[in-house]
Design a protein around this ligand. Structure first.
Ligand SMILES: Cc1cc2nc3c(=O)[nH]c(=O)nc-3n(C[C@H](O)[C@H](O)[C@H](O)COP(=O)(O)OP(=O)(O)OC[C@H]3O[C@@H](n4cnc5c(N)ncnc54)[C@H](O)[C@@H]3O)c2cc1C
Length: 441
């Protein structure tokens, strides 16, 4: 039987290897540790958590909580390790990072079907062996170059400079209004949050004094790119710089007053349903709680839910729409799969989930079986679809699990956000249980 090769023993690679071995497929797992390490990895364990020890919400009415439950039901190694090494953290699932990675390393090393090779891979293999590349956001330079050659020049990004994305259903439409600048284009493409002079001054003062996120490794290099300057850095150039840049109010009169505001924050639609909006020009390096506090001062966003916070960091990821299929295989070379953060999913759990999806499918191919598609009603399937299709904006951005990308419910659910989340979860877990009953996962 054909083996599956997995490159990178991080969260995605270990999950992919585990899923393939569970199906009786032999796995060759390549990991450059302990001989070499990325700037963020500090130990010799596999599946190292490079920063926080939290895997975020554990409630299924929350998108990442639902993703975890789907993975548990698909016998995920990462979830097994997380549940076994859990530490108290309220409704979040936090782990003892040392025990978590140790547990996974021991499970992988003691699996008779998995052989570990401790070496750096420098090229995308072209020997026809089914391969899952899961080398993460800090993939080594040589392999990054080879991936770039394989995908073409626009195929790989090296930095992530993203503005926050909010849930369109949580915007206050008594303050925000639809309009495109100078009436060009569809008004519904943009939501505008107008500010008075007093509101602008208060927002400005909060923005320039807010706490920025810690820098990791070579993240500092991001600042050399003028085109993606953090909004707080631009603001620090002068009190009015933003009013002549991303917050300029000209051509955007408020239809309720007919007048232009002192400043305007524009939100651009991310998806056809209008369930997600990004804050135009607000790429930022502020710490996540500070983004909630400061951007929550924008009129209309007082109670907005942030589906994704803005980030600016080194992040090697594929411009996946059109290049990767929804099972994470390369469209032009289907025997090559990618998994993890490098596919444009964002976060520990999301990375592991993509490894699960890619690993299952690489194994099925090795066994001569058809590909397995997770329905888009599941968070696992929705993430695969997002990666392969991208958002509406044409500006593909890495994405956390969120209900803005899952198949719409197609009906109104009373009881607010939590009740909606529970309905998404009920539908998704029903689909997952069906797949399990059919012996597919
Ligand atoms: C600094 C930093 C902090 C982050 N903090 C968080 C956080 O707090 N919470 C969160 O949810 N997400 C965080 N992320 C995002 C992301 O979820 C993690 O990076 C996650 O570990 C990604 O999983 P992965 O399996 O794709 O990659 P990784 O877990 O990074 O695994 C990749 C593996 O591949 C190996 N490797 C790399 N290149 C090669 C090569 N050429 N040959 C062989 N092996 C190779 C590496 O040694 C590593 O073991 C952070 C990312 C970074 C960079």
């Amino acid at each position: 039987m054909n083996p599956v090769r997995v490159i990178g023993a991080g969260l995605a690679g270990c999950e992919a290897a585990w899923q393939a071995a569970r199906r009786g497929v032999r796995v060759e797992l390549y990991e450059m540790k302990p001989g070499a390490r990325t700037p963020a990895h500090k130990t010799d364990y596999m599946s190292e958590l490079v920063c926080s020890n939290s895997l975020r919400s554990n409630e299924t009415s929350n998108a990442v909580g639902l993703l975890k439950e789907e993975m548990r039901r698909a016998s995920s190694l990462i979830m097994e390790a997380a549940d076994k090494t859990r530490v108290p953290a309220g409704s979040a699932l936090a782990v003892d990072r040392h025990e978590f990675s140790k547990y996974i390393t021991e499970k992988i090393r003691s699996n008779e079907l998995i052989t570990v090779y401790e070496r750096e891979v420098t090229e995308v293999p072209d020997d026809g062996v089914l391969t899952v590349i899961a080398t993460g956001p800090l993939t080594t330079d040589a392999l990054s170059r080879s991936i770039e050659e394989t995908l073409g020049r626009a195929g790989l990004h090296f930095f992530d400079a993203a503005a926050p994305i909010v849930d369109g259903g949580t915007v206050n439409y008594d303050r925000a209004y639809f309009a495109s600048r100078y009436g060009r284009g569809e008004p519904s493409d943009y939501l505008n949050c107008p500010m008075t002079r007093e509101e602008y001054d208060a927002f400005y003062d909060a923005l320039v004094t807010a706490r920025v996120a810690e820098l990791h490794g070579d993240d500092g290099d991001i600042n050399v790119f003028e085109g993606c300057m953090p909004v707080e850095v631009m603001a620090a150039r002068g009190r009015d710089t933003l009013r002549f840049g991303p917050m300029k109010p000209v051509g955007l009169p408020d239809p309720r007053t007919g007048r232009e505001a002192y400043a305007v924050v524009q939100l651009r639609r991310e998806d056809a349903a209008g369930s997600m909006y990004n804050l135009v020009g607000f790429q930022t390096h502020l710490a996540f709680p500070e983004q909630r506090r400061v951007f929550g001062m924008i009129p209309g966003l007082e109670d907005a839910e942030f589906l994704r916070y803005g980030v600016m960091h080194r992040n090697t990821y594929i411009n996946s729409p059109g290049l990767l299929s929804r099972t994470y295989s390369l469209v032009s070379r289907p025997n090559i799969y990618f998994a993890g953060q490098m596919t444009g999913v964002e976060g520990y759990v999301e990375s592991a989930a993509s490894g699960l999806y890619a690993g299952i499918n690489a194994a099925r191919r090795a066994l001569g079986e058809d590909e397995l598609f997770f329905p888009e009603e599941t968070m696992t399937g929705a993430m695969g679809a997002y990666v392969s299709n991208g958002g509406l904006s044409g500006n593909f951005q890495p994405m956390n699990a969120n209900f803005g990308i899952i198949a719409p419910l197609g009906k109104k659910v009373r009881g607010g956000k939590r009740a909606r989340g529970e309905e998404y979860a009920r539908r998704a877990l029903e689909a997952i249980d069906k797949m399990k009953e059919e012996g597919l996962i």
